[in-house]
Design a protein around this ligand. Structure first.
Ligand SMILES: [Zn+2]
Length: 229
């Protein structure tokens, strides 16, 4: 049986919509770059992979698809060469069409957010400001996706004299920017905080991945959460 391969324009579209990065949320590897030796060449180790296989017997093959559907962009996902190989192992049993479609949808949303906000690392930012005599914690969500279970983890100043337990005030969903005008305010008594600390925040994104936003602006994945009470 013939394989319903993607044509070059479809491959390019998938690559561009993914910003030439692997769509596996745990990979995100860049799949385009410069050749150091040849100034006229780029290196592009990315793959337009099939969500449902290109031919019968392949991983996740869907017999109800037409040939056109099988070779359309909607049946493709951009991956690095390792992840393209990974998702097809054992006939793709560990990587369902639904999972790959979720990867693709979230990754394309991510590239859109990065494109429109200029942020290469989307995520929450928090800081404290004096407001009408009291200190308030401000949390900003610059992206179009909500974040969950945000807590204050610490302050930038090493010798900061505050009881962190008293300022763990952000909890729940931090919605998209459209619905809350960028900023959520939480009141903190001025007696609790002395100075203008930038804060570390811990939160969860739509994929269920836990993040730590350091006050330096650095974003890090974390694989543990301190217990909420
Ligand atoms: Zn990858």
């Amino acid at each position: 049986m013939a394989r319903d391969e993607f044509l070059e324009p479809v491959k390019r579209l998938l690559a561009e919509r993914s910003a030439y990065r692997c769509s596996n949320p745990d990979c995100q590897r860049t799949t385009v770059g410069a050749s150091i030796v040849d100034p006229n060449k780029a290196i592009k180790p990315g793959v337009a992979a099939h969500i449902h296989a290109a031919s019968e017997g392949g991983p996740r093959f869907n017999s109800s698809q037409t040939s056109d559907e099988r070779s359309s962009a909607s049946n493709g996902i951009w991956l690095c060469e390792f992840c393209a190989s990974l998702v097809d192992k054992n006939h793709g049993v560990d990587f369902s069409p639904e999972l790959l479609k979720q990867w693709k949808e979230i990754h394309e949303l991510r590239t859109f957010v990065e494109l429109t906000t200029g942020a290469s690392e989307a995520g929450l930012t928090g800081w404290c400001e004096e407001f009408e005599g009291n200190w308030k914690l401000f949390v900003k969500n610059p992206t179009i996706v909500p974040f969950y279970d945000c807590v204050v983890r610490g302050f930038k100043q090493e010798n900061f004299d505050a009881d962190f337990g008293d300022v763990e005030v952000v909890f729940g969903t931090i919605p998209p920017r459209q619905s809350l005008d960028d900023t959520i305010e939480y009141g903190i008594l001025s007696s609790d905080i002395f100075g203008y600390p930038l804060i570390d925040l811990e939160y969860t994104d739509v994929e269920g991945v836990h993040w730590l936003r350091h006050s330096s602006g650095k974003l890090a994945k974390i694989d543990f959460r301190r217990p909420f009470d």
